[in-house]
Design a protein around this ligand. Structure first.
Ligand SMILES: C[S@@+](CC[C@H](N)C(=O)[O-])C[C@H]1O[C@@H](n2cnc3c(N)ncnc32)[C@H](O)[C@@H]1O
Length: 155
């Protein structure tokens, strides 16, 4: 499969197929625990955001709270970023993201030669991430206290 020749529609469909076998596991992760509320940025909302970000091969992207990995995989497959990192505190969501990463590695090995895809379980606040050039966080679901701590760490 040649990714640069794929349309957004094809990529979205490909993602849907990848996640289909995990649908029951995904439902189990939709908890309402504070700071672990789940939500996703829509595929085309990220396409719009990416136009403004203008990510280059010098960039190292981080998704703070990467959930089941959709945003991380979209950045990895559709941008030039040298590395894409996702950190997720909810272990079940992280394990789903790992399953999808393994599938991508099997099906699209050539993309993994040039770029680095890093999925880490745990609390963002405990990671050393000095190389990151762009950090994304879906802030609307996080508490003021957590956002304050994230802001301090980034500063
Ligand atoms: C709304 S989801 C965002 C998913 C994805 N980034 C997106 O925007 O499509 C936010 C995620 O952040 C995770 N999270 C909350 N606090 C965290 C922390 N301290 N470290 C890492 N992940 C965290 C939650 O478990 C949840 O899966």
């Amino acid at each position: 499969m040649n990714m640069p020749l794929m349309t957004h529609e094809m990529i979205q469909k490909y993602f849907d197929e990848c996640y289909k076998p995990c649908i029951h596991e995904i439902k189990q992760t939709l908890c309402l625990k504070l700071n672990e509320t789940y939500g996703e940025l829509y595929y085309y909302s990220l396409v719009k955001l990416l136009k403004y970000l203008n990510i280059t091969s010098q960039d190292h992207f981080l998704d703070i709270g990467s959930g089941i990995g959709k945003l991380v995989f979209q950045i990895f497959l559709t941008t030039e970023a040298a590395s894409v990192t996702g950190i997720e505190i909810n272990t079940l969501r992280h394990s789903i993201a790992i399953q999808i990463k393994e599938k991508l590695q099997q099906q699209l090995p050539e993309i993994f030669v040039k770029k680095f895809l890093n999925l880490q379980p745990g609390d963002f606040l405990n990671f050393e991430l000095d190389h990151i050039t762009i950090a994304y966080v879906c802030s609307i679901v996080l508490s003021f206290e957590l956002l304050n701590s994230i802001g301090k760490k980034i500063n």
